[in-house]
Design a protein around this ligand. Structure first.
Ligand code: ZN
Length: 505
Protein backbone atom coordinates (compact mmCIF):
# COMPACT_ATOMS: atom_id res chain seq x y z
CA UNK A 1 0.00 0.00 0.00
CA UNK A 2 3.07 2.20 -0.18
CA UNK A 3 3.64 4.63 -2.97
CA UNK A 4 5.31 2.70 -5.76
CA UNK A 5 8.65 3.41 -7.26
CA UNK A 6 9.39 2.70 -10.89
CA UNK A 7 11.25 -0.47 -9.92
CA UNK A 8 8.69 -1.99 -7.56
CA UNK A 9 5.92 -1.38 -10.07
CA UNK A 10 7.78 -3.31 -12.74
CA UNK A 11 5.57 -6.19 -13.79
CA UNK A 12 6.30 -9.72 -14.76
CA UNK A 13 4.92 -8.88 -18.16
CA UNK A 14 7.38 -6.07 -18.66
CA UNK A 15 10.18 -8.35 -17.56
CA UNK A 16 9.17 -10.94 -20.12
CA UNK A 17 9.16 -8.34 -22.87
CA UNK A 18 12.53 -7.06 -21.73
CA UNK A 19 14.13 -10.50 -21.70
CA UNK A 20 12.65 -11.45 -25.05
CA UNK A 21 13.86 -8.29 -26.67
CA UNK A 22 17.32 -8.71 -25.22
CA UNK A 23 17.55 -12.39 -26.16
CA UNK A 24 16.56 -11.60 -29.73
CA UNK A 25 19.46 -9.18 -29.90
CA UNK A 26 17.27 -6.69 -31.72
CA UNK A 27 18.63 -3.75 -29.79
CA UNK A 28 22.08 -2.85 -28.56
CA UNK A 29 20.86 -1.75 -25.13
CA UNK A 30 17.96 -3.14 -23.08
CA UNK A 31 15.02 -0.75 -23.11
CA UNK A 32 14.21 1.04 -19.89
CA UNK A 33 11.77 -0.83 -17.64
CA UNK A 34 8.28 0.50 -18.28
CA UNK A 35 5.75 0.95 -15.52
CA UNK A 36 2.29 -0.61 -16.00
CA UNK A 37 -0.76 1.48 -15.11
CA UNK A 38 -4.44 0.62 -15.56
CA UNK A 39 -7.40 2.99 -15.50
CA UNK A 40 -10.89 1.45 -15.56
CA UNK A 41 -13.65 3.96 -16.30
CA UNK A 42 -17.25 3.01 -15.53
CA UNK A 43 -20.10 4.92 -17.18
CA UNK A 44 -23.39 3.86 -15.62
CA UNK A 45 -26.05 3.00 -18.19
CA UNK A 46 -23.98 4.00 -21.24
CA UNK A 47 -24.67 2.48 -24.66
CA UNK A 48 -21.82 1.87 -27.12
CA UNK A 49 -24.13 2.65 -30.05
CA UNK A 50 -24.74 6.13 -28.60
CA UNK A 51 -21.07 6.73 -27.80
CA UNK A 52 -20.34 5.95 -31.45
CA UNK A 53 -23.17 8.19 -32.68
CA UNK A 54 -22.48 11.22 -30.46
CA UNK A 55 -19.67 13.78 -30.25
CA UNK A 56 -17.27 11.83 -28.05
CA UNK A 57 -13.69 12.50 -29.22
CA UNK A 58 -11.99 11.13 -26.09
CA UNK A 59 -13.76 7.78 -26.19
CA UNK A 60 -13.43 7.57 -29.98
CA UNK A 61 -9.71 8.20 -29.56
CA UNK A 62 -9.47 5.20 -27.23
CA UNK A 63 -11.48 3.12 -29.70
CA UNK A 64 -9.35 4.09 -32.70
CA UNK A 65 -6.11 3.37 -30.83
CA UNK A 66 -7.51 0.13 -29.41
CA UNK A 67 -10.72 -1.85 -29.63
CA UNK A 68 -14.42 -1.62 -28.85
CA UNK A 69 -16.95 -4.41 -28.74
CA UNK A 70 -20.55 -4.71 -27.63
CA UNK A 71 -21.48 -7.46 -25.22
CA UNK A 72 -24.68 -8.65 -23.60
CA UNK A 73 -25.51 -9.39 -19.99
CA UNK A 74 -27.68 -11.95 -18.25
CA UNK A 75 -31.34 -11.24 -17.49
CA UNK A 76 -33.80 -12.51 -14.90
CA UNK A 77 -34.11 -15.07 -13.37
CA UNK A 78 -30.27 -15.12 -13.34
CA UNK A 79 -29.99 -11.45 -12.28
CA UNK A 80 -31.72 -8.20 -13.27
CA UNK A 81 -29.96 -5.68 -15.51
CA UNK A 82 -29.37 -3.32 -12.59
CA UNK A 83 -26.29 -1.48 -11.33
CA UNK A 84 -25.66 -3.72 -8.31
CA UNK A 85 -25.15 -6.94 -10.25
CA UNK A 86 -23.61 -5.04 -13.17
CA UNK A 87 -20.81 -3.34 -11.24
CA UNK A 88 -20.24 -6.31 -8.94
CA UNK A 89 -19.66 -8.44 -12.05
CA UNK A 90 -17.19 -5.93 -13.50
CA UNK A 91 -15.35 -5.43 -10.20
CA UNK A 92 -15.12 -9.08 -9.13
CA UNK A 93 -14.67 -10.84 -12.48
CA UNK A 94 -17.35 -13.42 -11.65
CA UNK A 95 -21.04 -13.65 -12.61
CA UNK A 96 -23.91 -12.89 -10.20
CA UNK A 97 -24.48 -16.56 -9.29
CA UNK A 98 -21.05 -16.38 -7.64
CA UNK A 99 -20.84 -12.84 -6.18
CA UNK A 100 -24.58 -12.88 -5.35
CA UNK A 101 -25.19 -9.15 -5.68
CA UNK A 102 -28.59 -9.43 -7.32
CA UNK A 103 -30.19 -6.06 -6.58
CA UNK A 104 -29.28 -2.46 -5.84
CA UNK A 105 -29.79 -2.84 -2.09
CA UNK A 106 -27.85 -5.76 -0.75
CA UNK A 107 -26.90 -6.45 2.83
CA UNK A 108 -24.71 -9.22 4.10
CA UNK A 109 -25.96 -12.02 1.87
CA UNK A 110 -23.33 -11.63 -0.83
CA UNK A 111 -20.10 -13.45 -1.62
CA UNK A 112 -18.10 -10.23 -2.01
CA UNK A 113 -15.73 -11.45 0.70
CA UNK A 114 -14.93 -14.55 -1.32
CA UNK A 115 -14.85 -12.60 -4.60
CA UNK A 116 -13.37 -9.16 -3.84
CA UNK A 117 -12.95 -6.34 -6.35
CA UNK A 118 -9.87 -6.28 -8.57
CA UNK A 119 -8.24 -3.39 -6.67
CA UNK A 120 -8.48 -5.32 -3.40
CA UNK A 121 -7.00 -8.40 -5.06
CA UNK A 122 -4.07 -6.27 -6.23
CA UNK A 123 -3.54 -4.84 -2.73
CA UNK A 124 -3.48 -8.35 -1.24
CA UNK A 125 -1.21 -9.91 -3.85
CA UNK A 126 1.11 -6.98 -4.44
CA UNK A 127 0.81 -4.53 -1.52
CA UNK A 128 3.47 -2.29 -3.04
CA UNK A 129 0.97 -1.30 -5.75
CA UNK A 130 -1.18 1.79 -5.27
CA UNK A 131 -4.92 1.65 -5.95
CA UNK A 132 -7.69 4.23 -6.24
CA UNK A 133 -11.48 4.17 -6.57
CA UNK A 134 -13.86 7.12 -6.83
CA UNK A 135 -17.62 6.98 -7.38
CA UNK A 136 -20.81 8.95 -6.83
CA UNK A 137 -23.16 5.96 -6.64
CA UNK A 138 -22.51 5.28 -2.97
CA UNK A 139 -23.05 1.46 -2.83
CA UNK A 140 -19.94 1.04 -4.96
CA UNK A 141 -17.66 2.30 -2.22
CA UNK A 142 -19.68 2.40 1.03
CA UNK A 143 -22.10 -0.02 2.66
CA UNK A 144 -23.27 -0.09 6.27
CA UNK A 145 -22.94 -3.88 6.33
CA UNK A 146 -19.34 -3.68 5.12
CA UNK A 147 -20.33 -5.08 1.74
CA UNK A 148 -19.36 -2.25 -0.61
CA UNK A 149 -18.31 -3.50 -4.03
CA UNK A 150 -14.88 -1.86 -3.57
CA UNK A 151 -13.50 -2.69 -0.10
CA UNK A 152 -11.73 -0.48 2.42
CA UNK A 153 -8.47 -2.14 1.39
CA UNK A 154 -8.36 0.10 -1.69
CA UNK A 155 -5.56 2.54 -0.93
CA UNK A 156 -7.48 5.73 -1.73
CA UNK A 157 -11.26 5.51 -1.94
CA UNK A 158 -13.45 8.57 -2.48
CA UNK A 159 -17.24 8.50 -2.16
CA UNK A 160 -19.41 11.33 -3.43
CA UNK A 161 -23.17 11.24 -3.05
CA UNK A 162 -24.74 11.89 -6.45
CA UNK A 163 -28.24 12.14 -5.00
CA UNK A 164 -27.14 14.82 -2.50
CA UNK A 165 -24.79 16.79 -4.77
CA UNK A 166 -26.72 16.50 -8.01
CA UNK A 167 -25.34 14.00 -10.49
CA UNK A 168 -23.84 16.36 -13.05
CA UNK A 169 -22.06 18.27 -10.27
CA UNK A 170 -20.91 15.06 -8.60
CA UNK A 171 -19.48 13.74 -11.87
CA UNK A 172 -17.62 17.05 -12.35
CA UNK A 173 -16.11 16.69 -8.87
CA UNK A 174 -15.05 13.15 -9.76
CA UNK A 175 -13.29 14.40 -12.88
CA UNK A 176 -11.48 17.09 -10.88
CA UNK A 177 -10.37 14.77 -8.09
CA UNK A 178 -9.40 11.95 -10.43
CA UNK A 179 -7.46 14.19 -12.80
CA UNK A 180 -5.43 15.65 -9.93
CA UNK A 181 -4.76 12.27 -8.34
CA UNK A 182 -3.90 10.54 -11.61
CA UNK A 183 -1.51 13.33 -12.53
CA UNK A 184 0.22 13.77 -9.20
CA UNK A 185 0.15 10.28 -7.66
CA UNK A 186 -0.41 8.06 -10.68
CA UNK A 187 -2.03 5.12 -8.91
CA UNK A 188 -1.08 1.80 -10.51
CA UNK A 189 -4.72 0.70 -10.84
CA UNK A 190 -7.82 2.91 -10.66
CA UNK A 191 -11.59 2.70 -10.98
CA UNK A 192 -13.28 5.99 -11.86
CA UNK A 193 -17.07 5.97 -12.03
CA UNK A 194 -19.49 8.46 -13.60
CA UNK A 195 -23.19 8.20 -12.75
CA UNK A 196 -24.97 10.97 -14.62
CA UNK A 197 -25.52 9.14 -17.92
CA UNK A 198 -27.76 6.62 -16.15
CA UNK A 199 -29.68 9.39 -14.40
CA UNK A 200 -30.22 11.07 -17.77
CA UNK A 201 -31.38 7.79 -19.25
CA UNK A 202 -34.01 7.49 -16.55
CA UNK A 203 -35.00 11.11 -17.09
CA UNK A 204 -35.33 11.37 -20.87
CA UNK A 205 -34.54 7.92 -22.28
CA UNK A 206 -31.63 6.78 -24.43
CA UNK A 207 -33.25 8.57 -27.38
CA UNK A 208 -33.63 11.81 -25.41
CA UNK A 209 -31.57 14.97 -25.73
CA UNK A 210 -30.51 14.89 -22.08
CA UNK A 211 -28.95 11.45 -22.55
CA UNK A 212 -26.84 12.78 -25.41
CA UNK A 213 -25.80 15.78 -23.31
CA UNK A 214 -24.77 13.53 -20.43
CA UNK A 215 -22.77 11.15 -22.66
CA UNK A 216 -20.96 14.06 -24.31
CA UNK A 217 -20.25 15.71 -20.92
CA UNK A 218 -18.87 12.44 -19.61
CA UNK A 219 -16.61 12.25 -22.65
CA UNK A 220 -15.25 15.68 -21.70
CA UNK A 221 -14.55 14.37 -18.18
CA UNK A 222 -12.70 11.43 -19.71
CA UNK A 223 -10.70 13.82 -21.90
CA UNK A 224 -9.69 15.61 -18.68
CA UNK A 225 -8.49 12.34 -17.18
CA UNK A 226 -6.52 11.38 -20.29
CA UNK A 227 -4.86 14.82 -20.40
CA UNK A 228 -3.92 14.52 -16.75
CA UNK A 229 -2.27 11.16 -17.40
CA UNK A 230 -0.33 12.51 -20.39
CA UNK A 231 0.87 15.44 -18.27
CA UNK A 232 2.61 13.18 -15.78
CA UNK A 233 6.36 13.91 -15.62
CA UNK A 234 7.07 10.17 -15.81
CA UNK A 235 4.51 9.48 -18.57
CA UNK A 236 7.17 8.63 -21.16
CA UNK A 237 8.18 5.67 -19.01
CA UNK A 238 4.65 4.38 -18.36
CA UNK A 239 2.31 2.01 -20.24
CA UNK A 240 -1.32 2.96 -19.57
CA UNK A 241 -4.12 0.48 -20.20
CA UNK A 242 -7.59 2.03 -20.44
CA UNK A 243 -10.77 0.01 -20.05
CA UNK A 244 -14.20 1.63 -20.35
CA UNK A 245 -17.44 -0.22 -19.66
CA UNK A 246 -21.03 -0.02 -18.44
CA UNK A 247 -23.14 -1.98 -15.99
CA UNK A 248 -26.26 -2.23 -18.21
CA UNK A 249 -27.95 -0.38 -21.07
CA UNK A 250 -31.11 1.70 -21.34
CA UNK A 251 -34.28 1.51 -23.37
CA UNK A 252 -35.11 4.23 -25.88
CA UNK A 253 -37.70 5.59 -23.49
CA UNK A 254 -35.48 5.12 -20.43
CA UNK A 255 -35.12 2.32 -17.94
CA UNK A 256 -33.45 -1.03 -17.42
CA UNK A 257 -33.64 -4.10 -15.25
CA UNK A 258 -35.44 -6.22 -17.85
CA UNK A 259 -34.33 -8.58 -20.58
CA UNK A 260 -34.54 -6.48 -23.75
CA UNK A 261 -31.47 -6.26 -25.97
CA UNK A 262 -31.12 -2.55 -25.07
CA UNK A 263 -31.21 -3.23 -21.33
CA UNK A 264 -28.78 -6.17 -21.60
CA UNK A 265 -26.35 -4.09 -23.64
CA UNK A 266 -22.87 -3.38 -22.38
CA UNK A 267 -19.49 -2.89 -24.04
CA UNK A 268 -15.77 -2.93 -23.47
CA UNK A 269 -13.51 -0.25 -24.89
CA UNK A 270 -9.86 -1.15 -24.44
CA UNK A 271 -6.69 0.69 -25.30
CA UNK A 272 -3.08 0.19 -24.31
CA UNK A 273 -0.51 -2.61 -24.26
CA UNK A 274 -1.85 -6.06 -25.08
CA UNK A 275 -4.85 -4.68 -26.96
CA UNK A 276 -5.48 -6.18 -30.37
CA UNK A 277 -6.63 -3.24 -32.51
CA UNK A 278 -10.04 -3.43 -34.16
CA UNK A 279 -13.25 -5.20 -33.26
CA UNK A 280 -12.52 -8.63 -31.74
CA UNK A 281 -14.16 -11.56 -33.58
CA UNK A 282 -15.06 -13.09 -30.22
CA UNK A 283 -15.97 -10.19 -27.95
CA UNK A 284 -14.83 -10.04 -24.33
CA UNK A 285 -17.48 -10.05 -21.60
CA UNK A 286 -17.83 -7.85 -18.55
CA UNK A 287 -16.25 -10.46 -16.26
CA UNK A 288 -13.07 -10.13 -18.33
CA UNK A 289 -12.32 -6.58 -17.11
CA UNK A 290 -11.02 -7.78 -13.74
CA UNK A 291 -9.03 -10.57 -15.39
CA UNK A 292 -7.40 -8.12 -17.80
CA UNK A 293 -6.51 -5.70 -14.96
CA UNK A 294 -4.97 -8.44 -12.82
CA UNK A 295 -3.03 -9.83 -15.77
CA UNK A 296 -1.35 -6.46 -16.33
CA UNK A 297 0.23 -6.89 -12.89
CA UNK A 298 0.94 -10.62 -13.13
CA UNK A 299 -1.69 -11.47 -10.50
CA UNK A 300 -3.61 -14.74 -10.94
CA UNK A 301 -7.12 -15.41 -9.62
CA UNK A 302 -9.79 -18.05 -10.21
CA UNK A 303 -12.35 -15.92 -12.06
CA UNK A 304 -15.03 -16.41 -14.68
CA UNK A 305 -13.19 -13.69 -16.58
CA UNK A 306 -10.49 -14.51 -19.11
CA UNK A 307 -7.76 -12.44 -20.71
CA UNK A 308 -8.06 -14.18 -24.09
CA UNK A 309 -11.62 -15.50 -24.29
CA UNK A 310 -11.12 -17.45 -27.52
CA UNK A 311 -8.38 -19.79 -26.42
CA UNK A 312 -8.97 -23.26 -27.78
CA UNK A 313 -12.77 -23.33 -28.11
CA UNK A 314 -13.40 -25.37 -31.29
CA UNK A 315 -16.86 -23.86 -31.78
CA UNK A 316 -15.45 -20.33 -32.08
CA UNK A 317 -13.83 -21.43 -35.34
CA UNK A 318 -17.34 -21.23 -36.85
CA UNK A 319 -17.67 -17.47 -36.43
CA UNK A 320 -17.18 -16.97 -40.17
CA UNK A 321 -19.83 -19.59 -41.05
CA UNK A 322 -22.73 -17.95 -39.21
CA UNK A 323 -25.83 -17.22 -41.25
CA UNK A 324 -28.80 -14.89 -41.09
CA UNK A 325 -32.17 -16.25 -39.98
CA UNK A 326 -33.99 -18.91 -42.01
CA UNK A 327 -37.31 -19.70 -40.27
CA UNK A 328 -36.88 -17.59 -37.13
CA UNK A 329 -38.95 -14.43 -37.00
CA UNK A 330 -37.78 -12.74 -33.79
CA UNK A 331 -34.20 -12.13 -34.95
CA UNK A 332 -33.47 -9.11 -37.17
CA UNK A 333 -32.56 -10.11 -40.73
CA UNK A 334 -29.07 -8.56 -40.46
CA UNK A 335 -28.01 -10.58 -37.38
CA UNK A 336 -25.89 -13.56 -38.43
CA UNK A 337 -25.82 -16.18 -35.72
CA UNK A 338 -26.49 -19.81 -36.60
CA UNK A 339 -25.03 -22.65 -38.63
CA UNK A 340 -25.18 -26.42 -39.00
CA UNK A 341 -21.61 -26.44 -40.26
CA UNK A 342 -19.44 -28.36 -37.78
CA UNK A 343 -15.89 -27.55 -36.67
CA UNK A 344 -13.19 -29.69 -38.32
CA UNK A 345 -13.53 -33.32 -37.23
CA UNK A 346 -16.88 -32.88 -35.47
CA UNK A 347 -20.02 -34.68 -36.66
CA UNK A 348 -23.77 -34.39 -36.09
CA UNK A 349 -25.98 -37.50 -36.31
CA UNK A 350 -29.57 -36.53 -37.14
CA UNK A 351 -30.57 -39.97 -38.48
CA UNK A 352 -33.28 -40.34 -35.82
CA UNK A 353 -34.42 -36.71 -36.02
CA UNK A 354 -38.05 -35.85 -36.71
CA UNK A 355 -38.79 -33.90 -39.86
CA UNK A 356 -39.75 -30.28 -40.44
CA UNK A 357 -39.61 -27.80 -37.60
CA UNK A 358 -37.70 -24.52 -37.39
CA UNK A 359 -34.72 -24.98 -39.68
CA UNK A 360 -32.15 -23.22 -37.49
CA UNK A 361 -32.68 -25.73 -34.69
CA UNK A 362 -33.03 -29.00 -36.66
CA UNK A 363 -30.66 -31.10 -34.59
CA UNK A 364 -27.57 -29.71 -32.88
CA UNK A 365 -26.77 -26.20 -34.15
CA UNK A 366 -24.10 -23.61 -33.49
CA UNK A 367 -25.23 -20.14 -32.48
CA UNK A 368 -24.42 -16.98 -30.51
CA UNK A 369 -25.97 -15.32 -27.49
CA UNK A 370 -27.17 -12.41 -29.61
CA UNK A 371 -29.01 -14.65 -32.10
CA UNK A 372 -30.24 -17.33 -29.71
CA UNK A 373 -31.64 -15.01 -27.04
CA UNK A 374 -33.41 -12.84 -29.63
CA UNK A 375 -35.02 -15.98 -31.06
CA UNK A 376 -36.93 -16.51 -27.81
CA UNK A 377 -36.41 -13.95 -25.01
CA UNK A 378 -37.34 -14.50 -21.38
CA UNK A 379 -36.87 -18.26 -21.36
CA UNK A 380 -33.59 -18.31 -19.41
CA UNK A 381 -31.43 -18.46 -22.52
CA UNK A 382 -29.99 -15.16 -21.18
CA UNK A 383 -28.63 -17.11 -18.19
CA UNK A 384 -26.14 -18.98 -20.39
CA UNK A 385 -23.36 -16.66 -19.23
CA UNK A 386 -20.50 -19.16 -19.28
CA UNK A 387 -20.85 -19.77 -23.01
CA UNK A 388 -18.88 -17.40 -25.20
CA UNK A 389 -18.66 -16.56 -28.84
CA UNK A 390 -20.12 -19.47 -30.81
CA UNK A 391 -21.63 -22.33 -28.82
CA UNK A 392 -23.66 -25.48 -29.57
CA UNK A 393 -27.36 -25.86 -28.81
CA UNK A 394 -29.93 -28.64 -29.00
CA UNK A 395 -33.08 -26.55 -28.82
CA UNK A 396 -36.04 -28.89 -29.17
CA UNK A 397 -38.28 -26.10 -27.88
CA UNK A 398 -37.59 -23.61 -30.66
CA UNK A 399 -37.40 -26.42 -33.25
CA UNK A 400 -40.98 -27.36 -32.33
CA UNK A 401 -42.33 -23.89 -33.10
CA UNK A 402 -43.01 -24.83 -36.73
CA UNK A 403 -44.87 -27.85 -38.07
CA UNK A 404 -42.81 -30.98 -37.51
CA UNK A 405 -43.21 -34.69 -37.09
CA UNK A 406 -41.47 -36.96 -34.63
CA UNK A 407 -39.17 -35.92 -31.82
CA UNK A 408 -35.79 -34.22 -31.46
CA UNK A 409 -33.05 -36.87 -31.56
CA UNK A 410 -29.59 -35.51 -32.32
CA UNK A 411 -26.02 -36.36 -31.38
CA UNK A 412 -22.96 -34.13 -31.55
CA UNK A 413 -19.65 -36.01 -31.58
CA UNK A 414 -16.10 -34.72 -31.14
CA UNK A 415 -13.03 -35.75 -33.10
CA UNK A 416 -10.93 -38.59 -31.65
CA UNK A 417 -8.72 -37.37 -28.82
CA UNK A 418 -5.45 -39.12 -28.07
CA UNK A 419 -5.61 -40.81 -24.65
CA UNK A 420 -2.66 -43.16 -25.14
CA UNK A 421 -1.02 -44.08 -21.84
CA UNK A 422 -3.44 -42.13 -19.65
CA UNK A 423 -5.22 -43.72 -16.69
CA UNK A 424 -7.80 -40.93 -16.64
CA UNK A 425 -8.94 -38.04 -18.75
CA UNK A 426 -10.81 -34.88 -17.70
CA UNK A 427 -13.63 -33.45 -19.79
CA UNK A 428 -14.60 -29.83 -19.16
CA UNK A 429 -17.32 -27.82 -20.89
CA UNK A 430 -19.86 -25.15 -20.02
CA UNK A 431 -23.40 -26.46 -19.89
CA UNK A 432 -26.78 -24.78 -19.75
CA UNK A 433 -29.66 -27.26 -19.62
CA UNK A 434 -33.30 -26.96 -18.64
CA UNK A 435 -34.93 -30.28 -17.83
CA UNK A 436 -38.53 -30.97 -18.72
CA UNK A 437 -40.59 -33.81 -20.08
CA UNK A 438 -39.24 -37.19 -21.18
CA UNK A 439 -36.11 -36.15 -23.07
CA UNK A 440 -32.69 -37.53 -22.20
CA UNK A 441 -29.57 -35.33 -22.20
CA UNK A 442 -26.39 -37.37 -21.91
CA UNK A 443 -22.65 -37.19 -22.49
CA UNK A 444 -21.13 -40.43 -23.74
CA UNK A 445 -17.59 -41.62 -24.40
CA UNK A 446 -16.33 -44.12 -26.96
CA UNK A 447 -12.82 -45.57 -26.79
CA UNK A 448 -11.25 -46.76 -30.06
CA UNK A 449 -14.62 -46.85 -31.84
CA UNK A 450 -16.43 -49.06 -29.31
CA UNK A 451 -20.11 -48.52 -28.43
CA UNK A 452 -20.43 -45.17 -26.55
CA UNK A 453 -21.23 -45.39 -22.85
CA UNK A 454 -22.83 -42.59 -20.79
CA UNK A 455 -20.64 -40.64 -18.37
CA UNK A 456 -23.31 -38.04 -17.47
CA UNK A 457 -27.11 -38.02 -17.76
CA UNK A 458 -28.97 -35.00 -16.46
CA UNK A 459 -31.88 -35.55 -14.09
CA UNK A 460 -32.23 -31.86 -13.21
CA UNK A 461 -31.39 -28.37 -14.54
CA UNK A 462 -27.80 -27.25 -15.08
CA UNK A 463 -27.78 -23.44 -15.14
CA UNK A 464 -24.64 -21.81 -16.54
CA UNK A 465 -22.64 -24.72 -15.14
CA UNK A 466 -19.00 -25.57 -15.72
CA UNK A 467 -18.90 -29.36 -15.97
CA UNK A 468 -15.72 -31.18 -15.01
CA UNK A 469 -15.96 -34.93 -15.52
CA UNK A 470 -13.30 -37.49 -14.70
CA UNK A 471 -13.24 -40.31 -17.25
CA UNK A 472 -11.32 -43.53 -16.46
CA UNK A 473 -9.39 -44.65 -19.54
CA UNK A 474 -9.36 -48.44 -20.17
CA UNK A 475 -5.92 -50.01 -20.28
CA UNK A 476 -4.50 -49.88 -23.78
CA UNK A 477 -7.08 -47.40 -25.14
CA UNK A 478 -5.65 -44.98 -27.68
CA UNK A 479 -8.49 -42.63 -28.64
CA UNK A 480 -11.66 -41.22 -27.11
CA UNK A 481 -14.62 -39.54 -28.80
CA UNK A 482 -17.21 -37.60 -26.82
CA UNK A 483 -20.88 -37.41 -27.77
CA UNK A 484 -23.51 -34.95 -26.51
CA UNK A 485 -26.89 -36.58 -27.08
CA UNK A 486 -30.36 -35.09 -26.71
CA UNK A 487 -33.08 -37.65 -27.44
CA UNK A 488 -36.89 -37.61 -27.27
CA UNK A 489 -36.76 -33.80 -27.11
CA UNK A 490 -40.13 -32.08 -27.49
CA UNK A 491 -41.50 -28.56 -27.13
CA UNK A 492 -39.79 -28.34 -23.75
CA UNK A 493 -36.58 -26.34 -23.32
CA UNK A 494 -33.05 -26.90 -24.56
CA UNK A 495 -29.39 -27.73 -23.90
CA UNK A 496 -26.38 -25.57 -24.70
CA UNK A 497 -22.72 -26.55 -24.40
CA UNK A 498 -19.52 -24.63 -25.10
CA UNK A 499 -15.74 -24.90 -25.06
CA UNK A 500 -15.38 -28.70 -24.66
CA UNK A 501 -11.85 -29.71 -23.69
CA UNK A 502 -10.44 -33.17 -22.97
CA UNK A 503 -7.11 -33.46 -21.17
CA UNK A 504 -5.14 -36.59 -20.32
CA UNK A 505 -4.02 -37.10 -16.75
ZN1 ZN B 1 -30.27 3.12 -13.68
Amino acid sequence: MNRPTALTALTALTLTTLLTTTAAGSSTAAPAARVQKVLVIGIDGALLSKIQAFNTPALKGLISSGSASPTTLYAQPFAPTLSGPGWATIATGVWPDKHKVKSNSWGTGTNLTQYPDFLTRLERSRPELSTYAIADWTPLTTNSAGQAIFTDEVQRKVTLDGDALGWAAADAKIATDAAAYLKDSGPDASFVYFGNVDIAGHSCGAKGACYRTAVEQTDKHIATLLSAVRARPTYANEDWTYLVTADHGHTDSGGHGGSSVAERSSFIIRSGPGTTPGTPAIAPKNVDIAAIVLSRFGVAADLDGQVLPTSGDPFDSLVGSLQARADETGVPADVKGWTHTTPAGWTIDNSAMGTGGVREWQGWSFTTDDFWTRAAPNQSRESNVRARGVFAVADSDEWSDKTRSGLFNSKLTSPAHDVTGAANATLTFSSHYLKSGAETASVLVSFDGATPTPILTYTTDAIAKLERLNIPVPTGARTAKLTWSLTKGDNDWYWSIDNPQLTKN
